[in-house]
Design a protein around this ligand. Sequence first.
Ligand code: SF4
Length: 350
Amino acid sequence: MINLYGQEIKKLEELLISRGQKKFRATQLFSWIYEKKVTDFDEMSDVSKTFREELKRDFCLVQPKIFKKQVSNDGTIKLLLELEDGSKVETALMPYNYGNAICVSSQVGCNMACAFCASGLLKKKRNLEVHEMVGQILVMNKLLEERNERVTHIVVMGTGEPFDNYDNVLDFVRIANHPKGFAIGARHITISTCGIVPGILRYAKEGLQTNLAISLHAPNDEIRNKIMPISKGYPLDKLMEAVRFYEREAGRRVTFEYIMLKNVNDSIEHAKELVKLIKGTLAYVNLIPYNPVDENSFERSPDKAVHDFMSYLMKHGVNTTVRKEFGNDIDAACGQLRAKEHYEEERRKN
Ligand code: SF4
């Protein structure tokens, strides 16, 4: 069975044409499943009975199931979703004053092994299929219907490295952005990479108006090698070259994500190095207060250190923001909910 939610529109057109259908059927189906939110082929009233029968025979519209749900006092929703093979992935919804941003996972587990990350505690089991990323929005939109709202912004920043699942992530982004899909503006969609250089170079040439964020988290290779093993394959000089290429080719600037870790990367010396490193790019920096997890010893930088770091960057011409924090009363760190559930499952088994 082909899950219709996994079909990017161009690919769906080709698939339908190969089955003797007209190209416009793809847009028609998109409109039924995304605009009218129909989940039963029999409700597609302007589709011929014969084609409906064919759809019922060969296609399905399966969505992930909610396994666990946490809702924070600030309106953050964190879901642990169960997929058809029993795998579990996290997805989170952050209510900003400008809209609802969903943080989408792109893999089951992650192999990048960033030392501070709860998602990376569980190794990659597999890539997510396109329909499994689309499903994260569908499920969240269903919950938001109660508030008469919908997902308006996407960050592919949940569990997994998006450029390690490049083709599926890009198909997902195209469905999210398509006017008959979720119709989310390109500028409201961000892909975040830990620094996979070939992925950045390829993304630069896609001709998309979507955003790119890079998890930098260190101002030099020495620190980066310690907390982000990917850095050994793609050191900072190569990464910065790729950033400059992206800026030229895509005509877009990147955001550097920088987690503030106490006594690791949060001194004024580090801020100085960072200014030097990103000089000449149009990038801006998003400082992220750290959510400690039990499984490592990293600590959160004091507010003063974050403030001083930010002031230094701003004084030296780097646009800087501090990420708003969400869901402090629930499992706020990315991957924490899934990791906890996994360990509980293991305990139950033993
Ligand atoms: S921070 Fe991202 S890339 Fe690094 S281990 Fe966690 S999920 Fe993977």
